[in-house]
Design a protein around this ligand. Structure first.
Ligand code: NAP
Length: 251
């Protein structure tokens, strides 16, 4: 493992204990970045720490529940102090509960919004404060192709990801011409625990491939991309314009 790659840039990731966050951490480490990895399950982060084998100066792990906004601000500031600068913040933590509206226990609707919207916004706001203080930074938000159209059994999740996309659109406009960059990545189906119970997972790709594609797009500093681009760039736009009678058959 080579250090430092990409000039030893530092990356802060929420939801790094599993799935895409974990795989992005592996991919960033392979490319020589310094990492601040956070999630609620510290034991999984400790396992990942062992697996990565990075020097102490290149890796910080911390338990963090993104729905605790004070903790988000504190942990992000600690990471900034540890590395001196935070170059990239990846707001990735998220959950997915799927059932028809009125059938999904409302506690799960609330959890989805608390995590995917409030927790996400808390991460973005803390990152913006940090970037403004240091004069630059790259904010990456993990949205979803589910943001493009509300689908049956995906009401809360789709609404939460539409909020992610809109929040980042606003930040991108607010940051225009500054040294704060904003990237919105919208995965299709990537094989992780979040979707393993799904009845169908069209065009699913392995998590290793997904992590590599995500980090490639972050390094390219794209504004927005579906992941993988093909076929989702086309499919998501098609889904957005299909008549309701067709969408109603997606059950
Ligand atoms: N996989 C896909 O196909 C796909 C497609 C579109 C979008 N996405 C999005 O990608 C992101 C990552 O999902 P994934 O596929 O990697 O699912 P995953 O394997 O279930 O991982 C979700 C991660 O989010 C963390 N998390 C959940 N609630 C949290 C909270 N309150 N505070 C802090 N961390 C929390 C989990 O860590 P702890 O439980 O340890 O806290 C875990 O590390 C999510 O935003 C998801 O919506 C995934």
């Amino acid at each position: 493992m080579s250090l430092p790659g990409e000039a030893g840039k530092s990356v802060f990731i929420t939801g790094a204990s599993s799935g895409l966050g974990r795989q992005m951490a592996i991919e960033f480490a392979r490319r020589g970045y310094r990492l601040a990895l956070t999630a609620r399950r510290l034991d999984l982060l400790q396992d990942l720490q062992g697996e990565l084998g990075l020097p102490e100066s290149a890796l910080l792990i911390a338990a963090l529940d993104v729905t605790d906004e004070a903790a988000v601000t504190r942990v992000l500031s600690e990471a900034q102090a540890f590395f001196g600068v935070l170059d990239i913040v990846v707001a990735n933590a998220g959950i997915g509960h799927h059932a028809r509206i009125g059938k999904l226990a409302f506690a799960k609707v609330r959890d989805t919004i608390n995590t995917n919207v409030i927790g996400f916004m808390a991460t973005v706001d803390a990152a913006v404060h940090c970037f403004e203080a240091q004069g630059h930074g790259h904010l990456v938000g993990i949205s979803s192709v589910a943001a493009f159209r509300g689908l049956p059994a995906g009401g809360a999740y789709g609404a939460s990801k539409s909020a992610v996309t809109a929040y980042l659109q606003a930040l991108r406009a607010e940051s225009h011409g500054s040294k704060i960059l904003v990237t919105t990545l919208s995965p299709g189906f990537i094989d992780t625990p979040i979707n393993r119970g799904a009845k169908s997972r069209p065009f699913v790709i392995p998590v290793e491939q997904g992590g590599k594609l995500l980090v490639d797009l972050i390094e390219k500093r794209v504004e927005c991309a579906s992941v993988p681009r093909w076929p989702w760039a086309l499919v998501s736009r098609l889904i957005a314009i299909l008549p309701t009678a067709v969408i109603a058959r997606f059950r």
